[in-house]
Design a protein around this ligand. Structure first.
Ligand code: PLP
Length: 379
């Protein structure tokens, strides 16, 4: 049996009629940049987030960059984030002229460790970027508390966490600005690149609106120099259609995660994603297990037709791109240890029960064989 890592075609097949009609309308009306489809999506997405403003932009990386700039981040500043994220989180910091400063993660959740945050703050620190990795909310109360006491802004990276909740509150309102990616494989994915900034702060909303479109709100009146970071009408129209299914897709992801959890519980040497805190809701962008036998398991699953991923194999401080920071192995032990052991199993709303059972039985088969071999080897 073949089990892909994600299956965007299966999703399209389920909503084809509405998507095709929406795309045809945008083309018929030549509403390619900004315009009514963008406005409609922004209104719907802000309502979904429960935030006062949602601004559509070109991608999740630009959402972070513009949100940081709108928070006043620039040259001479430090911005704190985690090393076990997609490089875009750190790139966005560098693009503002600020410097990235890493803080380690909690061993269980793999999200920012608030216990280490205060010690990482310097006189140059201006902002903190917690990342809701894999769709699991970071521990935001202490992060927000530390930020408030130190007078710092919080720009959350929610690229993987549309619809996640933390202690009963939607994560889209936890922070001065919350940034989303609509990269096609994300929980809410466009048919190309797109992103959004959600915020309750009118000044941040206005600044992002200016920055994304050459510093203007009127056609040829440019209040500041900005960029071209606009979301196009086709993406907005597609996203409006897909947003209507997002909750159902999230519930499907959560059901699959539950099934994985019950079928994989007790598999030898396997660490499952941690249980959710009460009132919190992970949206399982990824289902990530951990094992010392990662390479063997990955190879075995590939042979059994199961595609897997590693998110992310090299922590950012060990990437050549950040060699300038001079951070040796051992700088962030929890992030480094997880990078050696993590494996992302297939996770998408259309994954069938039969496929999930196949993945789990192959995971167990491999790990049980591996355990039997090692118990023979040890006298
Ligand atoms: C955690 C994280 N941050 C930022 C991004 C950047 O988003 P985009 O690819 O839309 O620029 C992504 C997605 O790729 C991501 O997973």
């Amino acid at each position: 049996m073949r089990v892909p890592f994600v299956d965007l075609k299966a999703q399209y097949d389920a909503i084809k009629t509405e998507i095709d009609a929406a795309v045809a309308s945008v083309i018929r009306e030549s509403a390619f940049i900004g315009g009514p489809y963008l406005k409609a999506f922004e209104k719907d997405f802000a309502a979904y987030c429960g935030s006062k403003h949602a601004l559509g932009v070109s991608n999740g990386t630009d959402a972070l960059r513009l949100a940081l700039l709108a928070c006043g981040v620039g040259p001479g500043d430090d911005v704190i984030t985690v090393p076990n994220t997609f490089i875009a989180t750190a790139e966005a910091v560098s693009m503002t002229g600020a410097s990235v400063r890493f803080v380690d993660v909690e061993e269980g959740s793999l999200n920012m460790d608030p216990g280490r945050l205060a010690a990482a703050i310097t006189s140059r620190t201006r902002c903190i970027i917690p990342v809701h990795l894999y769709g699991r909310p970071a521990d935001m109360d202490p992060v927000l508390d530390i930020a408030r006491k130190a007078g710092l802004k919080v720009v959350a990276d929610a690229a993987q966490a549309h619809g996640a909740r933390y202690k009963g509150r939607g994560i889209a309102r936890l922070g001065d600005a919350v940034c989303f990616s609509f990269y096609p494989g994300k929980n809410l994915g466009a048919y190309g690149d797109a992103g959004a900034v959600a915020t309750d702060d009118p000044a941040i909303a206005e600044k992002v609106a200016l920055l994304r479109d050459h510093g203007r709100l009127e056609k040829y009146e440019h209040r500041i120099e900005g960029f071209n970071c606009r979301m196009d009408g086709l993406q907005a129209a597609v996203l409006s259609v897909k947003l209507r299914s997002l909750e159902a897709w999230t519930e499907a992801r959560r059901r699959i995660a539950g099934l994985y959890g019950s079928l994989l519980e007790g598999a030898p040497g396997l660490t499952l994603p941690p249980a959710e805190d009460r009132d919190s809701r992970s949206v399982y962008h990824l289902y990530v297990v951990r094992t010392d036998a990662r390479e063997e398991l990955r190879g075995h699953l590939a042979e059994a037709g199961v595609a897997t991923g590693i998110h992310y194999p090299i922590p950012l401080h060990r990437q050549p791109a950040y060699a300038r920071l001079g951070l040796p192995e051992g700088s962030f032990p929890a992030a480094e240890a997880s990078a050696r052991r993590i494996l992302s199993l297939p996770m998408f709303p259309e994954l069938t029960e039969e496929q999930t059972l196949h993945v789990c039985s192959e995971v167990r088969r491999c790990l049980e064989r591996s355990r039997a071999r090692s118990s023979v080897a040890v006298p």
